[in-house]
Design a protein around this ligand. Structure first.
Ligand SMILES: Cc1ncc(COP(=O)(O)O)c(C=O)c1O
Length: 418
Protein backbone atom coordinates (compact mmCIF):
# COMPACT_ATOMS: atom_id res chain seq x y z
CA UNK A 1 0.00 0.00 0.00
CA UNK A 2 1.32 3.43 -0.92
CA UNK A 3 1.40 6.27 1.55
CA UNK A 4 -0.24 9.29 -0.02
CA UNK A 5 2.13 11.78 1.60
CA UNK A 6 5.16 9.80 0.38
CA UNK A 7 3.89 10.00 -3.19
CA UNK A 8 3.35 13.75 -2.93
CA UNK A 9 6.84 14.56 -1.80
CA UNK A 10 8.36 12.36 -4.50
CA UNK A 11 6.92 14.68 -7.14
CA UNK A 12 5.92 18.22 -6.26
CA UNK A 13 4.31 18.77 -9.66
CA UNK A 14 5.29 20.68 -12.80
CA UNK A 15 5.99 24.00 -11.09
CA UNK A 16 6.55 22.75 -7.54
CA UNK A 17 9.55 20.72 -8.72
CA UNK A 18 11.46 24.01 -9.14
CA UNK A 19 10.41 25.41 -5.78
CA UNK A 20 13.77 25.00 -4.07
CA UNK A 21 15.37 27.41 -6.54
CA UNK A 22 12.35 29.49 -7.44
CA UNK A 23 10.39 30.12 -4.27
CA UNK A 24 10.06 33.79 -3.46
CA UNK A 25 11.49 34.91 -6.80
CA UNK A 26 9.94 33.17 -9.79
CA UNK A 27 7.09 31.73 -7.72
CA UNK A 28 5.38 33.34 -4.75
CA UNK A 29 7.25 36.68 -5.11
CA UNK A 30 6.32 39.37 -2.58
CA UNK A 31 5.40 42.79 -3.95
CA UNK A 32 5.43 45.30 -1.16
CA UNK A 33 4.33 48.87 -0.53
CA UNK A 34 1.30 50.73 -1.83
CA UNK A 35 -0.34 49.06 -4.80
CA UNK A 36 0.53 50.97 -7.95
CA UNK A 37 2.57 50.96 -11.14
CA UNK A 38 5.72 50.95 -8.98
CA UNK A 39 6.17 48.59 -6.03
CA UNK A 40 9.02 47.09 -4.08
CA UNK A 41 10.38 43.62 -4.83
CA UNK A 42 13.14 42.39 -2.53
CA UNK A 43 13.72 45.94 -1.39
CA UNK A 44 14.08 47.41 -4.90
CA UNK A 45 11.49 49.63 -6.58
CA UNK A 46 10.20 48.13 -9.83
CA UNK A 47 7.76 49.06 -12.55
CA UNK A 48 5.08 46.42 -12.10
CA UNK A 49 3.20 44.84 -15.03
CA UNK A 50 1.67 41.93 -13.19
CA UNK A 51 -1.39 43.27 -11.42
CA UNK A 52 -4.94 43.15 -12.77
CA UNK A 53 -5.55 46.54 -11.19
CA UNK A 54 -6.80 47.68 -14.61
CA UNK A 55 -8.51 50.90 -13.58
CA UNK A 56 -6.14 51.73 -10.75
CA UNK A 57 -8.94 51.35 -8.21
CA UNK A 58 -6.86 49.31 -5.75
CA UNK A 59 -5.29 52.37 -4.22
CA UNK A 60 -7.81 55.02 -5.24
CA UNK A 61 -8.31 57.40 -2.26
CA UNK A 62 -12.12 57.09 -2.38
CA UNK A 63 -11.84 53.29 -2.45
CA UNK A 64 -9.35 53.22 0.40
CA UNK A 65 -11.64 55.48 2.44
CA UNK A 66 -14.74 53.39 1.71
CA UNK A 67 -12.87 50.18 2.65
CA UNK A 68 -11.51 51.69 5.87
CA UNK A 69 -14.79 53.33 6.91
CA UNK A 70 -16.76 50.15 6.28
CA UNK A 71 -14.22 48.05 8.19
CA UNK A 72 -14.43 50.46 11.14
CA UNK A 73 -18.22 50.53 11.02
CA UNK A 74 -19.00 46.86 10.45
CA UNK A 75 -15.85 44.83 11.16
CA UNK A 76 -15.21 41.67 9.16
CA UNK A 77 -17.78 39.50 10.92
CA UNK A 78 -20.99 41.09 9.73
CA UNK A 79 -23.18 39.58 8.42
CA UNK A 80 -22.90 36.24 10.16
CA UNK A 81 -23.92 33.03 8.44
CA UNK A 82 -24.84 32.18 4.86
CA UNK A 83 -27.08 34.60 2.95
CA UNK A 84 -29.96 32.13 2.99
CA UNK A 85 -29.90 31.63 6.77
CA UNK A 86 -28.80 34.80 8.56
CA UNK A 87 -26.22 36.57 6.38
CA UNK A 88 -28.33 38.74 4.10
CA UNK A 89 -28.38 42.55 4.14
CA UNK A 90 -29.85 45.51 2.26
CA UNK A 91 -26.37 46.38 1.05
CA UNK A 92 -25.80 42.90 -0.45
CA UNK A 93 -29.10 43.28 -2.29
CA UNK A 94 -28.28 46.83 -3.36
CA UNK A 95 -24.95 45.73 -4.85
CA UNK A 96 -26.74 42.93 -6.72
CA UNK A 97 -29.34 45.35 -8.09
CA UNK A 98 -26.67 47.83 -9.21
CA UNK A 99 -24.61 45.12 -10.91
CA UNK A 100 -27.70 43.80 -12.69
CA UNK A 101 -28.62 47.27 -13.90
CA UNK A 102 -25.05 47.98 -15.06
CA UNK A 103 -25.03 44.74 -17.06
CA UNK A 104 -28.55 45.30 -18.46
CA UNK A 105 -29.81 42.15 -16.80
CA UNK A 106 -32.87 41.65 -14.59
CA UNK A 107 -31.06 40.38 -11.54
CA UNK A 108 -27.65 39.37 -10.18
CA UNK A 109 -26.28 37.16 -7.44
CA UNK A 110 -23.14 37.87 -5.43
CA UNK A 111 -20.52 35.18 -4.94
CA UNK A 112 -17.72 35.16 -2.40
CA UNK A 113 -15.03 34.26 -4.94
CA UNK A 114 -15.16 33.94 -8.70
CA UNK A 115 -13.42 30.60 -8.83
CA UNK A 116 -15.74 28.72 -6.54
CA UNK A 117 -18.72 30.83 -7.59
CA UNK A 118 -18.70 29.91 -11.26
CA UNK A 119 -17.87 26.28 -10.49
CA UNK A 120 -20.84 26.06 -8.22
CA UNK A 121 -23.11 27.98 -10.59
CA UNK A 122 -22.34 25.47 -13.37
CA UNK A 123 -23.12 22.71 -10.89
CA UNK A 124 -26.40 24.39 -9.92
CA UNK A 125 -27.54 25.03 -13.49
CA UNK A 126 -26.69 21.75 -15.20
CA UNK A 127 -28.42 18.45 -14.63
CA UNK A 128 -27.24 15.00 -15.63
CA UNK A 129 -28.96 15.11 -19.00
CA UNK A 130 -27.58 18.50 -19.95
CA UNK A 131 -24.63 18.96 -22.27
CA UNK A 132 -22.00 21.68 -21.98
CA UNK A 133 -20.14 22.93 -25.04
CA UNK A 134 -17.13 25.06 -24.07
CA UNK A 135 -14.05 26.79 -25.44
CA UNK A 136 -10.79 24.85 -25.05
CA UNK A 137 -9.03 27.79 -23.39
CA UNK A 138 -11.61 28.41 -20.71
CA UNK A 139 -10.19 29.31 -17.28
CA UNK A 140 -9.49 26.61 -14.70
CA UNK A 141 -12.60 27.58 -12.70
CA UNK A 142 -14.81 26.59 -15.63
CA UNK A 143 -12.90 23.39 -16.30
CA UNK A 144 -13.14 22.51 -12.61
CA UNK A 145 -16.85 23.32 -12.61
CA UNK A 146 -17.21 20.86 -15.46
CA UNK A 147 -15.49 18.17 -13.39
CA UNK A 148 -18.65 18.11 -11.28
CA UNK A 149 -20.90 17.84 -14.31
CA UNK A 150 -22.78 14.56 -14.43
CA UNK A 151 -23.86 15.23 -18.03
CA UNK A 152 -21.67 15.24 -21.15
CA UNK A 153 -19.34 17.98 -22.26
CA UNK A 154 -17.86 18.76 -25.64
CA UNK A 155 -14.91 21.09 -26.04
CA UNK A 156 -14.43 23.22 -29.16
CA UNK A 157 -11.11 24.51 -30.46
CA UNK A 158 -10.35 27.92 -29.07
CA UNK A 159 -12.54 30.59 -30.69
CA UNK A 160 -13.17 28.25 -33.65
CA UNK A 161 -16.78 28.85 -34.58
CA UNK A 162 -16.86 26.02 -37.12
CA UNK A 163 -15.73 23.61 -34.42
CA UNK A 164 -18.18 25.15 -31.96
CA UNK A 165 -20.96 24.39 -34.44
CA UNK A 166 -19.66 20.83 -34.84
CA UNK A 167 -19.71 20.29 -31.09
CA UNK A 168 -23.20 21.78 -30.91
CA UNK A 169 -24.29 19.23 -33.51
CA UNK A 170 -22.85 16.43 -31.34
CA UNK A 171 -24.55 17.88 -28.28
CA UNK A 172 -27.85 18.16 -30.14
CA UNK A 173 -27.58 14.57 -31.41
CA UNK A 174 -26.98 13.34 -27.87
CA UNK A 175 -29.95 15.24 -26.53
CA UNK A 176 -32.16 13.96 -29.35
CA UNK A 177 -31.07 10.43 -28.44
CA UNK A 178 -31.68 10.98 -24.73
CA UNK A 179 -34.97 12.70 -25.53
CA UNK A 180 -34.21 15.10 -22.69
CA UNK A 181 -31.65 17.70 -21.56
CA UNK A 182 -30.49 21.06 -22.80
CA UNK A 183 -27.27 22.72 -23.97
CA UNK A 184 -25.16 25.32 -22.15
CA UNK A 185 -22.34 27.01 -24.08
CA UNK A 186 -19.56 28.48 -21.94
CA UNK A 187 -16.90 30.87 -23.15
CA UNK A 188 -15.04 33.96 -21.98
CA UNK A 189 -15.30 37.65 -22.83
CA UNK A 190 -11.51 37.99 -22.86
CA UNK A 191 -9.11 35.07 -22.63
CA UNK A 192 -6.73 36.15 -19.91
CA UNK A 193 -3.55 34.60 -21.26
CA UNK A 194 -3.59 35.68 -24.93
CA UNK A 195 -5.88 38.67 -24.45
CA UNK A 196 -8.13 37.81 -27.39
CA UNK A 197 -11.84 38.37 -26.96
CA UNK A 198 -14.15 35.40 -27.13
CA UNK A 199 -16.14 35.48 -30.37
CA UNK A 200 -19.34 36.10 -28.45
CA UNK A 201 -21.28 37.52 -31.35
CA UNK A 202 -20.50 34.56 -33.60
CA UNK A 203 -21.22 32.04 -30.84
CA UNK A 204 -24.49 33.80 -30.04
CA UNK A 205 -25.43 33.76 -33.76
CA UNK A 206 -25.42 29.95 -33.59
CA UNK A 207 -28.62 30.31 -31.57
CA UNK A 208 -30.27 30.65 -35.00
CA UNK A 209 -29.38 27.01 -35.66
CA UNK A 210 -29.32 25.45 -32.19
CA UNK A 211 -31.19 25.88 -28.99
CA UNK A 212 -28.77 26.68 -26.15
CA UNK A 213 -28.06 29.06 -23.31
CA UNK A 214 -24.86 31.11 -23.24
CA UNK A 215 -22.74 31.69 -20.13
CA UNK A 216 -19.83 34.14 -20.44
CA UNK A 217 -17.01 34.60 -17.91
CA UNK A 218 -15.96 38.20 -18.52
CA UNK A 219 -13.37 38.54 -15.76
CA UNK A 220 -11.03 40.63 -17.93
CA UNK A 221 -13.70 42.44 -19.96
CA UNK A 222 -15.72 43.82 -17.05
CA UNK A 223 -14.72 47.46 -16.56
CA UNK A 224 -12.28 47.45 -19.48
CA UNK A 225 -14.43 46.85 -22.56
CA UNK A 226 -17.59 48.42 -23.98
CA UNK A 227 -18.68 52.04 -24.06
CA UNK A 228 -19.75 52.05 -20.41
CA UNK A 229 -17.31 49.35 -19.23
CA UNK A 230 -20.05 46.72 -19.09
CA UNK A 231 -17.70 44.30 -20.82
CA UNK A 232 -17.17 42.19 -23.91
CA UNK A 233 -20.91 41.76 -24.61
CA UNK A 234 -21.35 45.52 -24.76
CA UNK A 235 -18.16 45.88 -26.83
CA UNK A 236 -19.38 43.35 -29.38
CA UNK A 237 -23.00 44.53 -29.33
CA UNK A 238 -24.41 41.21 -28.12
CA UNK A 239 -25.00 41.72 -24.41
CA UNK A 240 -28.65 40.67 -24.79
CA UNK A 241 -27.58 37.33 -26.28
CA UNK A 242 -25.56 36.48 -23.17
CA UNK A 243 -27.97 34.58 -20.95
CA UNK A 244 -25.70 34.51 -17.92
CA UNK A 245 -22.98 37.12 -17.50
CA UNK A 246 -20.27 36.43 -14.92
CA UNK A 247 -17.35 38.45 -13.60
CA UNK A 248 -15.03 38.38 -10.64
CA UNK A 249 -14.27 41.55 -8.66
CA UNK A 250 -10.60 40.51 -8.64
CA UNK A 251 -9.58 42.49 -11.74
CA UNK A 252 -11.03 45.93 -12.61
CA UNK A 253 -12.70 46.16 -9.21
CA UNK A 254 -9.44 45.30 -7.39
CA UNK A 255 -11.35 43.49 -4.70
CA UNK A 256 -12.76 40.14 -3.64
CA UNK A 257 -16.02 38.58 -4.75
CA UNK A 258 -17.86 37.96 -7.99
CA UNK A 259 -21.33 38.03 -9.50
CA UNK A 260 -23.54 36.39 -12.07
CA UNK A 261 -26.29 38.37 -13.80
CA UNK A 262 -29.21 37.15 -15.89
CA UNK A 263 -32.99 36.69 -15.96
CA UNK A 264 -34.67 37.15 -12.57
CA UNK A 265 -36.20 33.67 -12.59
CA UNK A 266 -32.86 31.98 -13.26
CA UNK A 267 -30.83 34.08 -10.82
CA UNK A 268 -33.47 33.23 -8.22
CA UNK A 269 -33.05 29.55 -9.05
CA UNK A 270 -29.28 29.89 -8.63
CA UNK A 271 -29.76 31.81 -5.38
CA UNK A 272 -31.63 28.87 -3.90
CA UNK A 273 -29.39 26.15 -5.36
CA UNK A 274 -25.77 27.35 -5.51
CA UNK A 275 -23.96 25.26 -2.97
CA UNK A 276 -20.85 27.50 -2.70
CA UNK A 277 -23.07 30.28 -1.35
CA UNK A 278 -25.69 28.29 0.52
CA UNK A 279 -23.08 26.41 2.51
CA UNK A 280 -20.67 29.32 3.03
CA UNK A 281 -20.61 32.53 5.01
CA UNK A 282 -21.87 35.66 3.30
CA UNK A 283 -19.45 38.20 1.77
CA UNK A 284 -18.37 40.42 4.69
CA UNK A 285 -19.85 43.93 4.78
CA UNK A 286 -16.62 45.88 4.08
CA UNK A 287 -16.29 43.98 0.79
CA UNK A 288 -19.87 44.79 -0.13
CA UNK A 289 -19.53 48.48 0.73
CA UNK A 290 -16.10 48.63 -0.91
CA UNK A 291 -17.47 46.99 -4.04
CA UNK A 292 -20.39 49.46 -4.19
CA UNK A 293 -17.85 52.31 -4.15
CA UNK A 294 -15.71 50.65 -6.81
CA UNK A 295 -18.74 50.10 -9.04
CA UNK A 296 -19.74 53.74 -8.62
CA UNK A 297 -16.26 54.89 -9.67
CA UNK A 298 -16.09 52.38 -12.52
CA UNK A 299 -19.37 53.81 -13.85
CA UNK A 300 -18.74 57.50 -13.28
CA UNK A 301 -15.00 58.07 -13.66
CA UNK A 302 -14.79 57.14 -17.31
CA UNK A 303 -11.34 58.70 -17.56
CA UNK A 304 -9.97 55.64 -15.72
CA UNK A 305 -10.91 53.36 -18.62
CA UNK A 306 -9.68 55.99 -21.11
CA UNK A 307 -6.30 56.11 -19.37
CA UNK A 308 -6.11 52.33 -19.25
CA UNK A 309 -6.64 52.14 -23.00
CA UNK A 310 -4.25 55.00 -23.73
CA UNK A 311 -1.55 53.09 -21.84
CA UNK A 312 -2.47 49.72 -23.31
CA UNK A 313 -2.33 51.08 -26.86
CA UNK A 314 0.98 52.90 -26.22
CA UNK A 315 2.48 49.68 -24.85
CA UNK A 316 1.08 47.43 -27.58
CA UNK A 317 1.96 49.81 -30.43
CA UNK A 318 5.45 50.32 -29.00
CA UNK A 319 6.03 46.57 -28.78
CA UNK A 320 4.78 45.98 -32.32
CA UNK A 321 6.92 48.81 -33.70
CA UNK A 322 9.95 47.16 -32.10
CA UNK A 323 9.11 43.92 -33.87
CA UNK A 324 7.67 42.02 -30.92
CA UNK A 325 5.01 39.41 -31.46
CA UNK A 326 2.02 40.24 -29.24
CA UNK A 327 -0.29 37.73 -30.89
CA UNK A 328 -3.94 38.51 -31.41
CA UNK A 329 -4.84 40.47 -28.32
CA UNK A 330 -7.79 42.80 -28.75
CA UNK A 331 -8.02 43.68 -25.09
CA UNK A 332 -5.61 45.43 -22.74
CA UNK A 333 -3.96 42.11 -21.79
CA UNK A 334 -0.58 42.25 -23.52
CA UNK A 335 1.28 39.00 -24.12
CA UNK A 336 4.76 39.05 -25.65
CA UNK A 337 5.76 35.81 -27.38
CA UNK A 338 9.39 34.76 -27.54
CA UNK A 339 11.38 31.59 -28.17
CA UNK A 340 13.70 30.13 -25.57
CA UNK A 341 14.14 27.52 -22.89
CA UNK A 342 12.94 27.68 -19.31
CA UNK A 343 16.46 28.45 -18.06
CA UNK A 344 16.87 31.30 -20.57
CA UNK A 345 13.52 32.71 -19.56
CA UNK A 346 14.51 32.77 -15.90
CA UNK A 347 17.78 34.55 -16.64
CA UNK A 348 15.98 37.09 -18.79
CA UNK A 349 13.44 37.73 -16.05
CA UNK A 350 16.28 38.22 -13.58
CA UNK A 351 17.96 40.69 -15.92
CA UNK A 352 14.68 42.58 -16.30
CA UNK A 353 14.17 42.72 -12.54
CA UNK A 354 17.71 43.28 -11.30
CA UNK A 355 19.09 45.59 -13.99
CA UNK A 356 16.07 47.23 -15.60
CA UNK A 357 13.75 47.23 -12.53
CA UNK A 358 10.88 45.79 -14.53
CA UNK A 359 8.64 43.24 -12.84
CA UNK A 360 6.44 41.15 -15.11
CA UNK A 361 5.15 37.60 -15.16
CA UNK A 362 6.37 34.83 -17.44
CA UNK A 363 4.74 31.65 -18.61
CA UNK A 364 6.97 28.75 -19.68
CA UNK A 365 6.92 24.98 -20.21
CA UNK A 366 5.02 22.92 -19.03
CA UNK A 367 2.18 25.49 -19.01
CA UNK A 368 2.96 26.19 -22.68
CA UNK A 369 4.93 24.05 -25.18
CA UNK A 370 8.71 23.60 -24.73
CA UNK A 371 10.88 26.31 -26.28
CA UNK A 372 8.29 29.06 -25.93
CA UNK A 373 8.17 31.95 -23.49
CA UNK A 374 5.24 34.26 -22.91
CA UNK A 375 5.67 37.50 -21.04
CA UNK A 376 2.35 38.79 -19.84
CA UNK A 377 2.08 42.52 -19.34
CA UNK A 378 -0.96 44.05 -17.69
CA UNK A 379 -1.21 47.78 -18.26
CA UNK A 380 -3.26 49.85 -15.84
CA UNK A 381 -4.71 53.35 -15.81
CA UNK A 382 -1.90 54.31 -13.44
CA UNK A 383 1.14 53.60 -15.61
CA UNK A 384 2.94 56.63 -17.01
CA UNK A 385 4.33 57.13 -20.51
CA UNK A 386 7.82 57.22 -18.96
CA UNK A 387 7.25 53.77 -17.41
CA UNK A 388 6.02 52.47 -20.75
CA UNK A 389 9.08 53.88 -22.55
CA UNK A 390 11.49 52.38 -20.00
CA UNK A 391 9.75 49.02 -20.37
CA UNK A 392 9.92 49.10 -24.15
CA UNK A 393 13.62 49.90 -24.02
CA UNK A 394 14.22 47.11 -21.49
CA UNK A 395 12.36 44.62 -23.68
CA UNK A 396 14.32 45.61 -26.80
CA UNK A 397 17.64 45.23 -25.00
CA UNK A 398 16.87 41.97 -23.23
CA UNK A 399 15.36 40.43 -26.37
CA UNK A 400 18.59 41.25 -28.26
CA UNK A 401 20.53 39.46 -25.51
CA UNK A 402 18.15 36.49 -25.67
CA UNK A 403 18.62 36.25 -29.45
CA UNK A 404 22.41 36.48 -29.03
CA UNK A 405 22.33 33.52 -26.63
CA UNK A 406 23.39 35.61 -23.63
CA UNK A 407 20.94 33.89 -21.30
CA UNK A 408 21.92 30.30 -22.12
CA UNK A 409 22.24 28.30 -18.90
CA UNK A 410 22.30 24.69 -17.79
CA UNK A 411 19.82 25.11 -15.01
CA UNK A 412 17.44 27.50 -13.32
CA UNK A 413 19.42 29.90 -11.13
CA UNK A 414 18.92 29.49 -7.42
CA UNK A 415 17.01 32.58 -6.38
CA UNK A 416 14.92 31.12 -3.58
CA UNK A 417 14.48 32.95 -0.31
CA UNK A 418 16.57 30.96 2.12
C1 LIG B 1 -11.38 34.22 -16.25
C2 LIG B 1 -11.39 34.12 -14.76
N1 LIG B 1 -12.47 33.61 -14.15
C3 LIG B 1 -12.52 33.48 -12.82
C4 LIG B 1 -11.47 33.85 -12.01
C5 LIG B 1 -11.54 33.60 -10.53
O1 LIG B 1 -11.94 34.72 -9.82
P1 LIG B 1 -11.57 34.89 -8.28
O2 LIG B 1 -10.19 35.41 -8.19
O3 LIG B 1 -12.62 35.87 -7.79
O4 LIG B 1 -11.74 33.57 -7.61
C6 LIG B 1 -10.33 34.40 -12.60
C7 LIG B 1 -9.18 34.85 -11.78
O5 LIG B 1 -9.25 35.63 -10.87
C8 LIG B 1 -10.30 34.55 -14.01
O6 LIG B 1 -9.23 35.05 -14.62
Amino acid sequence: MADIFERLIKNYGPIGQHRERAHGYFAFPKLEGEIGSKMKFRGQEMIVWSLNNYLGLANHPAVRKADADASAKYGLALPMGARMMSGNSDLHERLEAELASFEHKEDAILMNYGYQGIMSAIDAICGRHDVVVYDAECHACIIDGLRMLAGHRFVYKHNDIEDCEKQLQRAQALIDKQETGGILVITEGVFGMAGDQGKLKEVAALKNKFSFRLLVDDAHGFGTLGKTGAGAGEEQGCQDEIDLYFSTFAKSMASIGAFMAGPKTIIDYIRYNIRSQIFAKSLPMPFVVGNLKRLELLRTQTELKDNLWKNALALQTGLKERGFDIGKTDSVVTPVYMKGGVEEATLMVMDLRENYKIFCSIVVYPVIPKGHIIYRLIPTAEHSQEEIDLTLKAFSETKAKLDAGAYKAEEIPDMANK
